[in-house]
Design a binder for this molecule. Structure first.
Ligand SMILES: [Zn+2]
Length: 280
């Protein structure tokens, strides 16, 4: 079944009201563990790579690894470039065979963001590649939303229709009080805002910064229209924490244990998001 477009996974999630886990892969063991969890639970999965990780997982080496692993899997898997900001990375990912790319133009003006997103959609769609875009601003864990500052704008429902019509993007990342990294306080997610965005959006919505979000809050996000949850920091943190508590006999033993650690965490979130059993 294997490597599929992200659009095919997310459109099904939207019509059936569940969300698919998308997580950033930092090692071969993470890829194998993530796919093993998805296969065990018969769930779709999204493997991602972000430019911020290219130092240790170079796009041209790690991308094909994820793509080939997806091709061998028995469940639908999309391979996605997360937070692409440079055109060169986006075009390279498409050339390598990624089935989805994100253009993050959230730091640009709405007009500039629309213009570039549209350009990427035109090119990506010619290659059957999905496009995720973002409007509003998703901060980092150490930032606090201050709505008096222009930078910290949340996604506004009135902008969504216009942006999607103009750009023809396939999925939209929203800013509803979520942030990247590990939260120090429980995030104050704006479910009413999310519900209002969902009422006007014709395309699947994406929650970034899923790490550290209470399972009940994640379920509420899904109920209010989220179909893709980006959750990486917590999986990485858990991986290191559990690995630190292990004694490895030799390298194969280490690999097997690291695969199992990822399998457990990824499996936990597949269940929370309601995508178990949705591979068919
Ligand atoms: Zn993100």
């Amino acid at each position: 079944m294997p490597l599929v477009s992200m659009k095919s996974i997310l459109d099904k999630a939207k019509s059936d009201s569940y969300a698919v886990l998308a997580t950033n892969m930092l090692s071969l063991e993470m890829i194998l563990g993530g796919i093993a969890a998805a296969e065990d639970l018969s769930a779709p999965l999204i493997l991602q790579l972000a430019p911020v990780q290219f130092n240790t997982t170079p796009l041209e080496i790690f991308g094909p690894l994820m793509i080939n692993a997806a091709k061998k899997s028995s469940v639908p898997i999309a391979v996605h470039l997360d937070h692409g900001t440079k055109m060169t990375d986006i075009y390279k990912a498409i050339e390598l065979g990624f089935t989805s790319v994100m253009f993050d133009g959230s730091s640009l003006s709405m007009e500039e963001n629309s213009k570039i997103t549209k350009q990427i959609s035109n090119y990506a769609h010619l290659h059957g590649v999905t496009v995720e875009a973002e409007i509003g601003y998703i901060g980092n864990e150490n930032e606090k939303y201050d709505t008096s500052e222009e930078k910290y704008r949340m996604t506004q429902p009135e902008d969504v229709v216009d942006f999607v019509n103009k750009t023809n993007c396939d999925a939209l990342a929203v800013a509803i009080g979520n942030a990247h990294g590990l939260y120090t306080d429980r995030p104050n997610l704006q479910f009413n805002l999310l519900s209002n965005i969902n009422k006007v959006s014709t395309i699947p919505l994406v929650l970034h910064g899923g790490s550290g979000t209470d399972s009940e809050d994640l379920k509420l996000c899904v109920k209010n229209g989220i179909n893709k949850v980006n959750l990486a920091s917590e999986i990485h943190h858990d991986y290191v924490k559990q690995a630190n508590n292990q004694v490895f006999k030799d390298y194969p033993d280490m690999s097997m244990k690291l695969i199992e650690i990822t399998k457990q965490t990824v499996g936990k979130y597949i269940k929370v998001l309601g995508s178990a059993g949705k591979a068919k």
